[in-house]
Ligand binder design. Structure first.
Ligand code: HMG
Ligand code: MG
Length: 310
C-alpha cells in the first residue's frame, strides 16, 4: 500500500487521539436510513482498523434525527467492543436512554449562536446550557465521561462571523459545568488556520487546559487539514474526523462532510505522529461503506488508495 514518507516537523505532539464521528455525524446526515446491522458492522470495522474512540449514535428525539432512531437497537450490537463508544445526549431523557444501555461516555452539544441553538435544540443558548446542567451532573455522579460539543465556533449560516469572546463564554460555561473535554466545532467549515489559532489562544489564555480541548472540522471549503495542523501546533491532541469524510448536520444546511479520517491519518503518518490506525483497513471500510451508500467517498485519500492495488 502507498504510504507517505515520514518527515517529522517541530512543535507537534507525538500522538493524536482520533475521535471518530462517522457513525454519528456521518450517518445522521444521510438522506436514507442505513440499516442497523450495516451501522453495527461499520462501527466494528472502525474498531478493527484501530480507532479507539468511536461515536456510535445519538439518543436524541427520533423525529429530529430519524436516521439515528435505532439507537436502542444499535448500541447493544457494539457495546462489547473494547473501545470508547460515546453517544450524544441532549437532555435527561437522552441520558436515561443511554445509561439504561450501559453507555460510559456521553456528549452534550451546545451552540455558540442563538440561531443554531434554536434550530438544533429548540432552545436559547442559555436554556440549552440549563438543559445540560443536570445531564452533566448526573453523568459525572455515575462515573460517566462527558464531552461537550460547541457548534458554530467559527461562523454561523444565519448570523455570519461569530465573535471569539462569544465562543469563549459558552466554552467556559461547558467546562465550568464539569465537561471532561470540549470539542470546538466548525459546523459549516468556514474556519481558517489563523482563526483557529486565535480561538485556541483566547481559550488557553482564559485558563482552559489544552489537553481538554478537541477540534471538530468540517471540510466545506477544503480547510479542515490546514486547521487541524494549526490546532496541533497549539498543543491540541484530540481531533474529530469521520471515516470516508461522511457527514454534515441536518440542522445546518451548509454543513458538508467532516474532515475525512483517512486524510487526517495520511497527514499524521507523514508527520510521524502515532494514531494507532491501520490506514489500509480504514480505507477498505470506507470503500465498503461508500458501496452501501451507493456513492463514492469524498475523501481524497480513500479515492487515491482505493484505485491503487493494495
Ligand atoms: P423539543 O421538541 O423542544 O423537546 O426538542 P421537548 O423537551 O419539548 O420534549 C418533547 C417530547 O420529546 C417529549 O415527549 C419528550 O419526552 C420527547 P412527550 O412528553 O411530548 O411525549 N423527548 C425525547 N424523546 C426521546 N429522546 C430524547 C427526547 N427528548 C425529548 N432525548 C430536543 C428538544 C433537544 C429533544 C430536540 O431538539 C432534539 O432532539 N435535537 C437533536 C438535534 C440533533 O441531534 N442534531 C444533530 C447533532 S448536533 C451536530 O451534529 C453538531 C456536532 O457534530 C458538532 C458540529 O459540527 O458543530 C455535534
Ligand atoms: Mg459535526
Amino acid at each position: 500500500m502507498t504510504l507517505p514518507m515520514v518527515v517529522p516537523a517541530p512543535g507537534l505532539p507525538a500522538r493524536v487521539r482520533i475521535h471518530e464521528v462517522g457513525a454519528r455525524d456521518g450517518l445522521q446526515n444521510e438522506k436514507g436510513t442505513v440499516p442497523t446491522q450495516v451501522k453495527a458492522e461499520f462501527v466494528r470495522r472502525l474498531a478493527d482498523a484501530g480507532l479507539t474512540t468511536i461515536e456510535a449514535t445519538s439518543f436524541v428525539h427520533p423525529k429530529w434525527v430519524p436516521q439515528l432512531a435505532d439507537a436502542e437497537q444499535l448500541f447493544p450490537l457494539v457495546s462489547d467492543l473494547p473501545v470508547a463508544l460515546p453517544v450524544l445526549v441532549p437532555n435527561e431523557r437522552g441520558l436515561d436512554r443511554a445509561l439504561a444501555l450501559g453507555a460510559r461516555r456521553v456528549a452534550v452539544f451546545a451552540s455558540a449562536t442563538e440561531s443554531f441553538a434554536k434550530a438544533n435544540l429548540n432552545r436559547t443558548v442559555d436554556e440549552a446550557l440549563a438543559m445540560f446542567e443536570p445531564v452533566v451532573a448526573r453523568a459525572k455522579a455515575a462515573g460517566v465521561h462527558v464531552r461537550g460539543y460547541l457548534s458554530m465556533c467559527f461562523g454561523d449560516p444565519w448570523e455570519g462571523a461569530v465573535p471569539v469572546p462569544q465562543v469563549v463564554k459558552v466554552c467556559k460555561a461547558l467546562l465550568d459545568m464539569g465537561c471532561d473535554e470540549l470539542s470546538l466545532g466548525d459546523t459549516i467549515g468556514v474556519a481558517t488556520p489563523g482563526h483557529v489559532r486565535q480561538l485556541l489562544t483566547a481559550l488557553t489564555d482564559e485558563g482552559a487546559d489544552v489537553e481538554a480541548l478537541g477540534v471538530h472540522f468540517h471540510d466545506t471549503y477544503g480547510q479542515a487539514l490546514a486547521n487541524t495542523l494549526a490546532a496541533l501546533q497549539h498543543g491540541v491532541t484530540t481531533v474529530d474526523a469521520s471515516a470516508g469524510g461522511l457527514g454534515g448536520c441536518p440542522y445546518a444546511k451548509s454543513a458538508t462532510g467532516n474532515l475525512a479520517t483517512e486524510d487526517l491519518v495520511w497527514m499524521l503518518r507523514g508527520l510521524g505522529i502515532d494514531t494507532g490506525v491501520d490506514l489500509d483497513r480504514l480505507v477498505a471500510t470506507s470503500a465498503w461503506m461508500a458501496e452501501q451508500l451507493g456513492r463514492p467517498s469524498p475523501s481524497r485519500t480513500v479515492r487515491a488508495l482505493s484505485h491503487k492495488e493494495r
